[in-house]
Design a binder for this molecule. Structure first.
Ligand code: FPP
Length: 253
């Protein structure tokens, strides 16, 4: 737990040769941030968009390859309809507003999630932004919208089973790589670092397969308060860890 997160010490030294290639973030605490200020939950989501911009800029500046943000889970469809509508509207309008800047900064946008549950208009608008940024060769910003790991894995299993059933895939030849290639994230490496804001010690149905060897970093800071300094602190913490991937420390050295 990151109890000193707000002791701001400038100039965190990062080893630029050992940056995580892929950072995934569970952006939590918008509602609590708003309630703590006597505001409606929606105000927390609005402020959360500012943090999305700030953290995207910081990742882009640092040269991170992939940033995946958990913007809307399949479980979030069960929130009060008013909050669902407001969140969807906020996400789509924010992305549209930011698209010219994303293009300018060579950020490529991707969206992963169960598109069959998305309102058609929101989906079409997001797909246009994905298309408009497709030439970006800098940071890939991946928004997980209407996403859950169990949906994604179930979907992958369904497709693999269909190939097995029609004879194009031998079940004995199925490997972990077969599964990875059938996930929505097949186009990118697995996350090296998973950050969760808001202090809860859980992974909430996010990238369960892909985080098998990710380093976890949980901070009490609410998402609207999370900033570039906090991100660099998380990366510095990641760089102190020895990643063993199931091997011994001696084998790694
Ligand atoms: C969790 O806070 C956050 C969300 C469910 C939504 C996060 C979405 C945004 C920050 C907007 C994203 C925008 C773009 C452009 C990607 P919570 O409501 O669960 O907070 P709580 O745990 O304090 O109640």
């Amino acid at each position: 737990m990151d109890q000193f997160a707000h002791d701001k010490i400038p100039n965190i030294q990062l080893d630029m040769a050992r940056l995580p290639r892929h950072i995934a973030i569970i952006m939590d605490g918008n509602g609590r941030w708003a309630q703590a200020q006597g505001l409606q939950r929606a105000a927390g989501h609005v402020e959360g968009v500012t943090t999305v911009r700030r953290i995207t800029e910081e990742c882009s500046r640092l040269g991170i390859g992939y940033l995946t943000l958990y913007a809307f889970s399949t479980e979030n469809w069960n929130r009060p309809q008013e909050e669902v509508d407001a969140l969807m509207h906020l996400i789509v309008t924010a992305i549209e507003r930011e698209t010219p800047d994303l293009i300018k900064n060579r950020v490529r946008l991707r969206v992963i999630g169960d598109s069959s549950r998305m309102p058609r208009e929101a989906l079409e608008r997001l797909e246009r932004c994905v298309q408009d940024t497709s030439a970006g060769d800098g940071l890939t910003l991946v928004l997980a919208i209407s996403y859950s790991s169990r949906w994604e894995i179930t979907d992958a299993v369904r497709r693999i089973a269909a190939e097995a059933a029609d004879g194009s895939l031998d079940p004995a030849a199925i490997t972990p790589d077969t599964v990875s290639r059938n996930l929505a994230t097949a186009f990118m490496p697995d996350p090296d670092l998973l950050i969760r804001t808001g202090g809860d010690m859980r992974v909430s149905n996010f990238l369960l397969w892909q985080i098998a060897y990710a380093e976890l970093y949980i901070t009490d800071i609410y998402w609207p308060d999370f900033n570039g300094y906090d991100l660099r602190r998380a990366i510095a913490d990641y760089q102190k860890r020895q990643r063993r991937f199931g091997l011994t420390g001696e084998q790694i050295q």
